[in-house]
Ligand binder design. Structure first.
Ligand SMILES: [Zn+2]
Length: 317
């Protein structure tokens, strides 16, 4: 461009038209110059025209993540941007001066505590489900047994009444023959057996009832524990979290906090977006939204707002 205008300037050396063109060209250059300075401050040379390079810096071993795994995650995060524009915007170079670090402090300590609490909640929920199953199975068993028990008790009462009526009758007759006496003796013995059986059934029914009540008591304890843990969790970690989990400061990206691979990856994509020069956007599902929470962590994709912002940056050049 410059050469062309210089050539033009030679031809129309002293014409006003020529001077105007030259001025316009100079203005454009100046604007570009200013923009270049601003981009250098952000650590960006020429967005989208050639890859911005990054390296992996310090990884605090307290995070319990291997260098290779972290490097792979950063590559996946970079790929979200590379895919969006169809060209390599971000490239890994171990010698790059721009570093991505995992910095351990009280934020991750807190995060670990919240993961612990989540696991605790899950385990309480599992315990509660298992107790509910136990209760249901006991209560089915109990209902069957108590029906039989009640029926047997009614039968026994009936037989006993009949027997007592017979005995009173024969007593009122002044006694019974030995045949009748033996028959009544047999009846009495059968009644005793019946009573013994009912007594045993009663023990089984009571045991089942006690077991079911014990399970209910445990369930109530677990539920109280769960509600307690849940309200602690909600008060401490319930709301969407700001991206202070990671910080891009123009020189490097520091990641301070993550719960799992999924939110670490999202944080990396977000901070790499800042490295590319992206600002925050307004859609809560966007990668570049200032909060983490609404994004689909298992399928990280740029939203229309993210893409719009990226296009704006890439057109700067
Ligand atoms: Zn941000």
């Amino acid at each position: 461009m410059k050469k062309f205008f210089q050539y033009l300037l030679l031809i129309v050396l002293f014409s006003l038209w020529g001077i105007m063109l030259t001025n316009r060209d100079q203005t454009r250059e100046t604007v570009q110059e200013v923009r270049m300075v601003a981009q250098r401050k952000l650590g960006i040379d020429q967005p989208c025209s050639k890859p911005l390079e990054y390296a992996i810096g310090n990884i605090d071993p307290k995070f319990g993540i291997a260098q290779s795994e972290f490097t792979q995650l950063v590559a996946q995060a970079a790929e979200v941007w590379n895919k969006a524009d169809g060209k390599t915007l971000l490239a890994y170079n171990p010698a790059a001066s721009f570093k991505i670090n995992l910095v351990y402090d009280n934020r991750q300590e807190q995060s670990n505590a919240s993961v612990q609490l989540e696991q605790n909640l899950q385990s309480l929920e599992a315990t509660n489900n298992s107790l509910t199953q136990q209760y249901n199975s006991l209560s089915v068993d109990y209902r069957k047994k108590i029906d039989t028990y009640n029926k047997d008790v009614a039968d026994y009462k009936n037989d006993l009444d009949k027997y007592n009526a017979e005995v009173s009758y024969w007593n009122s007759q002044g006694g019974a023959s030995s045949d009748v006496y033996n028959k009544l003796k047999k009846e009495k013995s059968a009644l005793d057996d019946e009573y013994g059986k009912i007594k045993q059934e009663g023990v089984v029914v009571n045991t089942l009832a006690n077991q079911a009540n014990g399970v209910t008591k445990k369930e109530n304890q677990v539920a109280a524990n769960y509600n307690n843990s849940l309200s602690t969790y909600k008060s401490q970690y319930g709301d969407a979290q700001e991206f202070e989990k990671g910080v891009f400061d123009g020189q490097e990206i520091n990641i301070y906090q993550f719960k799992a691979v999924a939110d670490l990856r999202l944080t990396l994509v977000h901070e790499l977006g800042h490295y590319l020069g992206m600002q925050h956007v307004q859609n809560s599902k966007s990668i570049m939204y200032y909060l983490i929470g609404d994004q689909d962590m298992n399928n990280l994709m740029l939203t229309a707002e993210d893409n719009h912002e990226l296009n704006k940056i890439c057109k700067l050049n």
